[in-house]
Design a protein around this ligand. Structure first.
Ligand code: SF4
Length: 308
């Protein structure tokens, strides 16, 4: 055994992870236990419904979340269903859908898939053709609706997403940079039309999530979405990693910042009232919702139209 071998703080096994903030090393079993305990702690604060949906893209974060939930499912008062949205992205989605399907079979979790092509009549590739720069905005709007449609079809009122602590920290900083206070409260006390979103990895770092997937043999080398170009999020991510390196705990503090603001001001913040979209009847911020704006206002071309 090498002299410089570092061991777990909790047992005598070789360490695989250093928690820089707490300054402790963990072996593979104790790292897995620590991630699962964080999720247990988070879920104890939530009143879970009969069925919990898990937004499952097949990527590492949602795969790790599905694995944790399947590990602790005997302790949960609900059953879990994986929900996947197929946006229709050539050279990317086929592989991730295949990985998602295989993972659900391994973990014995029921799996439902909804496709842009079936719901909207178009793939994302078709919709963004010629305006690829807006792909992520269009994708985000349509994917949120698609997930809601799938959740309603499966009678799901709560959806767990795989957003980790790093994602939250990046979003908090991006919201601060945008200067738009509404963004801090987006989704807070949202319409009863929408399934409630929960984020069990809010206190788990991206590194821990990645290692968890890796140590459980569920990490796959999947292609990147071709539309994922360098963005503000990429710059913010680099900045925050540097801060975290120099000031351990910075990421956690940034991630908790918005939670604290919501907890203190959420009750006093006046959420804008939802309007009903005149085309599809779903709630939105204007008389035509964002989904119908993206699909085109012409009701004859728009598959979301009520008249269809
Ligand atoms: Fe959609 Fe953008 Fe994510 Fe690709 S990178 S799946 S286009 S949000």
């Amino acid at each position: 055994m090498a002299d410089n071998q570092i061991f777990c703080e909790k047992c005598d096994k070789p360490a695989v992870y250093l928690d820089r903030e707490q300054g402790i090393h963990l072996c593979r079993n104790h790292l897995k236990e620590s991630v699962e305990d964080e999720v247990r702690r988070y879920l104890k604060t939530i009143r879970l419904p009969e069925t919990l949906g898990v937004a499952f893209s097949g990527g590492k974060d949602s795969t790790a979340l599905l694995k944790v939930l399947s590990e602790i499912r005997s302790e949960l008062p609900c059953r879990i269903i994986a929900l996947t949205v197929d946006e229709g992205i050539e050279g990317y989605r086929q592989d991730t859908i295949k990985a998602a399907t295989e993972t659900c079979l391994i973990l014995e979790v029921p799996h439902e898939i909804i496709r842009f092509q079936d719901l909207y009549g178009y793939s994302l590739d078709h919709l963004v053709s010629g305006s690829e720069r807006n792909a992520c905005t269009i994708c985000g709007i349509l994917r949120r609706r698609a997930l809601e449609v799938l959740a309603q079809k499966c009678s799901i009122s709560m959806i767990a997403t795989g957003h980790n602590q790093d994602d939250h920290a990046q979003t908090a900083l991006m919201n601060a940079i945008s200067g738009d206070v509404k963004k801090v409260f987006t989704g807070y006390g949202s319409s009863s039309w929408y399934a409630q979103r929960i984020k069990p990895f809010v206190c788990v770092s991206e590194k821990e999530v990645t290692l968890y997937a890796l140590l459980n043999g569920l990490f796959r080398d999947l292609p990147e979405c071709p539309y994922a170009v360098s963005s503000l999020r990429g710059e913010v991510r680099t900045l925050l990693y540097q801060y975290e390196k120099n000031h351990p705990g910075a990421m956690r503090n940034a991630a908790q910042c918005e939670e604290n603001i919501r907890a203190k001001l959420g009750g006093t913040y006046q959420q804008e009232a939802y309007k009903t979209c005149s085309i599809c009847g779903w709630p939105g911020s204007g008389i035509i919702c964002q989904v119908c704006m993206v699909l085109g206002k012409d009701t004859h071309l728009n598959p979301m139209t009520k008249e269809k």
